[in-house]
Structure formats: C-alpha cells, structure tokens
Write a new protein. Structure first.
Length: 149
C-alpha cells in the first residue's frame, strides 16, 4: 500500500509542477525575472542560454528534496522524484521536440501539434508582455483554435 501512496505523491508532484511552472512562467519569468527569461525569446547563438539557469535551479531543488528523503524514502524523496520526472518531460517536450535543441523526433500527434503551436504563439512576442500560453503540457485548445492563422 505504501508504494501506491509514494507513486501517487510522485504523480501528484508532476501535475503540481505543470501548474507551478505555469504560474512562475507567467508571473515571474514574464515579470521581474524577464531579464533572464528574455534570452529564451531572443535569437541566440550556441547551445546554452541564460534562461537555462532556471532548469539548473529546479534540478538542484529536486536533488535536495531527494537527498533529504533518501534514507527512509520519505515524502521529500518522492516529491523530488516527481520534479525530476517533470524535468525529463520538460527536456523531451520543450528542448527536443519544440525547440529542436536536440534533434530527437517528429510527430503527427494532434496533441503534440497543439503544444508546439501554442509554444510558437507564445514566442511570437519578443517582449515581456503581451504573451499567452504559459504551460507546457496543457493547452487551451479553444484559445489555440481562435488564434490559428
């Protein structure tokens, strides 16, 4: 039974990270932390951008939580593991699929198309505001369909 609870905590942590990421992307990255995040919206040379510091921060936070809970596999471990799983999903979807930082795969999936399209609409703005579509895995398809060209 305990393993089901731990898996539930891990899954809940992944879902919570999507919500948390939406909030911090909209209100912090496109707010007071824009001076860092704008490097992701502007053309750049090279593989890394200053915005990658956020991924490093989330990774360190996840590792810290996992370290705190590693001895008895307490809740901190499973929350950290959930953040790590979200980070892997983020890397695959955002960096590999959407931005092609790693040429990994293409897909004809309508869901993946919607994610990619929403992200491209988000990146149309090279300014802090206006911007839309702040999430990664959830897309408001009604809003997306109203913005199609």
């Amino acid at each position: 039974m305990e393993i089901l609870l731990n898996i539930g905590i891990l899954i809940l942590s992944v879902v919570a990270m999507e919500a948390f990421s939406w909030v911090i992307h909209k209100y912090l990255f496109h707010g007071p932390l824009w001076f860092i995040h704008k490097t992701h919206h502007l053309p750049h040379k090279g593989y890394f951008e200053l915005n990658d510091i956020f991924s490093i921060g989330f990774g360190l936070g996840a590792m810290w939580l996992m370290w705190l809970g590693h001895s008895d596999l307490s809740i901190g471990f499973w929350v950290g593991a959930g953040i790590s799983v979200y980070g892997i999903i983020y890397f695959v979807f955002h960096d590999c699929f959407i931005h092609n930082r790693v040429k990994a795969f293409k897909s004809n999936s309508l869901y993946l198309w919607a994610i990619k399209r929403a992200h491209k609409i988000h990146h149309k703005s090279l300014q802090k505001k206006p911007a839309t579509f702040f999430g990664l895995l959830w897309v408001d398809t009604k809003k997306l369909n109203s913005l199609k060209n």
